[in-house]
Write a protein that binds this ligand. Structure first.
Ligand code: WQD
Length: 338
C-alpha cells in the first residue's frame, strides 16, 4: 500500500482517480482548496469505495501549505491535478493562471525534492500539440506555440518538470496528455460539476437535454472533415483514471526507462460533434435541440491520439466507447437534476 497525494482530488478527474487508487488498497490524501469543486464529492468517493479519503483543505499554490502537508505525511507519490483549466478565462486572467498553475507545480517539486519524495504524475493536455500536422497524434508530434495562457501553463509545466529532473536525480515524473475527458462514474455518485454555463461540449449537451439550456450551438459546419464539424478524441473519465494508476505504478516499481516520460491518453478514435450528438441521442432516447453556429475561436479542426505508447508501455487501453461515455454523463446529469 502506498500513500498518494492527490492535488485537486475533488475535481472531475481527481475524484475518479481517487476511487481507482482506493480500490487497489492505496491510501489517498486529497488536497483541494474547493475553488472549483465541492466538498460533497468526498461522500461520493466514500459511497463508491467504502473509504473516506483523508481530506486537507489547503492551497498548493502556497508553499507553506505544501510544506505542512509533506511534513505530516510521507508520500510515495503525487498526482498533480490542481489547476485552473478554462481556456477562455485564461486569456483574460493570464497572471492568475500562471500564478496558480505554475507556482503550485514549482513548489510541489521543490518540496518533493527537499523531502526526498518522488513519483510525480502531471496532468497535461493534448492542447500542447495545437493543430497537429498528422493524425493520429503520437507523443513525438511537435509541441506547437500555445494558443492560450492555459495551454502555455501545460507546456511550461512539462518543461519545468523535465529540467528539474535533469538537475535532481531523485525526482522522476510522467506527464499525461489528456485528450477530451467526458462521462462520469457509472454509479452516478461522482461526475463533472461545471460551474455556471458549461464551456465543454458534453456537459452542454446533457444540460440542454435536461432543459437547463435552451439549445446547443454546434460551433462550425465548414471544417474539412466528413460532416463539416470538428473532430475530437472523447475518453471516459474512468478509463483516464485507470491510466493514472498504471503510470504511478510504473514509477513506483521503477519500470520507467527514463526519469521523465510522456503519454497520450485517448481512445485513438476521433468523433465529430455531430457523431457525439448522435451517440447521445441514441443512448439517452432524447432528442437534442441544436443549431449550427460560427466556428469558435481557437478551436482546432481535429485531434485524436495515437495510443500505441500507452497501450504497449503502460499496458493500458481505453475500454469504454463514446456511447458508454454519453450514457454515464446522462445518468449523472439526471441525478444532478435541473
Ligand atoms: C469539443 C468540440 C467545440 C461546446 C477543451 C480544452 C482542452 C481540454 C479539453 C482541458 C469542439 C465543440 C463545444 C459547444 C460545440 N482540456 N463545441 N458547442 O475545445 O476540444 O478542449 O477541453 O481542460 O484543453 O481546450 O473541448 O468540449 O470545449 O469542445 O460545438 O457548446 O465541441 O467547438 O469542436 P476542446 P470542448
Amino acid at each position: 500500500m502506498a500513500t498518494i497525494l492527490l492535488t485537486g482530488g475533488l475535481g472531475f478527474i481527481g475524484s475518479h482517480t481517487a476511487v481507482e487508487l482506493i480500490a487497489l488498497g492505496h491510501e489517498v490524501i486529497i488536497v483541494d482548496n474547493l475553488s472549483n469543486s465541492r466538498i460533497e464529492v468526498l461522500e461520493g468517493i466514500e459511497k463508491i469505495s467504502g473509504v473516506k479519503p483523508v481530506f486537507e483543505n489547503k492551497d498548493v499554490s502556497n508553499k507553506l501549505d505544501i510544506e505542512q502537508l509533506c511534513s505530516k505525511y510521507k508520500f510515495d507519490g503525487c498526482i498533480h491535478f490542481a489547476a485552473y483549466k478554462a481556456v477562455g478565462e485564461s486569456v483574460n486572467k493570464p497572471l492568475e493562471y500562471y500564478q496558480n498553475n505554475i507556482a503550485s507545480l514549482v513548489y510541489l517539486l521543490q518540496v518533493f525534492r527537499d523531502k526526498g519524495f518522488s513519483n510525480f504524475i502531471f496532468s497535461s493536455s493534448c492542447t500542447v500539440y495545437g493543430q497537429a500536422d498528422e493524425m493520429p497524434i503520437t507523443e513525438d508530434a511537435p509541441v506547437k506555440p500555445a494558443e492560450s495562457p492555459y495551454g502555455n501553463t501545460k507546456q511550461i509545466g512539462e518543461e519545468i518538470i523535465q529540467e528539474a529532473i535533469k538537475a535532481h536525480s531523485d525526482l522522476n515524473a510522467i506527464s499525461l496528455r489528456y485528450f477530451n475527458p467526458i462521462g462520469a462514474h457509472e454509479s452516478s455518485e461522482i461526475g463533472e460539476l461545471p460551474l455556471g454555463v458549461p464551456l465543454n461540449l458534453v456537459p452542454y449537451i446533457t444540460q440542454t437535454a435536461a432543459g437547463i439550456r435552451k439549445e446547443l450551438k454546434v460551433f462550425g459546419n465548414d471544417y474539412p472533415t466528413p460532416d463539416g464539424t470538428a473532430i475530437r478524441d472523447y475518453i471516459h473519465v474512468v478509463d483516464l483514471a485507470k491510466a493514472h494508476v498504471k503510470a504511478l505504478d510504473r514509477l513506483m516499481k521503477h519500470e520507467n526507462n527514463d526519469p521523465y516520460e510522456v503519454f497520450n491518453l485517448g481512445t485513438g478514435k476521433g468523433s465529430s460533434v455531430l457523431e457525439a450528438i448522435n451517440s447521445f441521442e441514441k443512448v439517452s432516447g432524447e432528442k437534442l435541440n441544436w443549431t449550427f453556429a460560427p466556428r469558435r475561436a481557437g478551436d482546432v479542426i481535429e485531434a485524436y491520439a495515437d495510443t500505441t505508447k500507452a497501450n504497449e508501455v503502460l499496458g493500458w487501453k481505453a475500454e469504454k466507447n463514446i456511447e458508454d461515455c454519453m450514457r454515464d454523463a446522462w445518468r449523472w446529469q439526471q441525478k444532478l437534476g435541473k
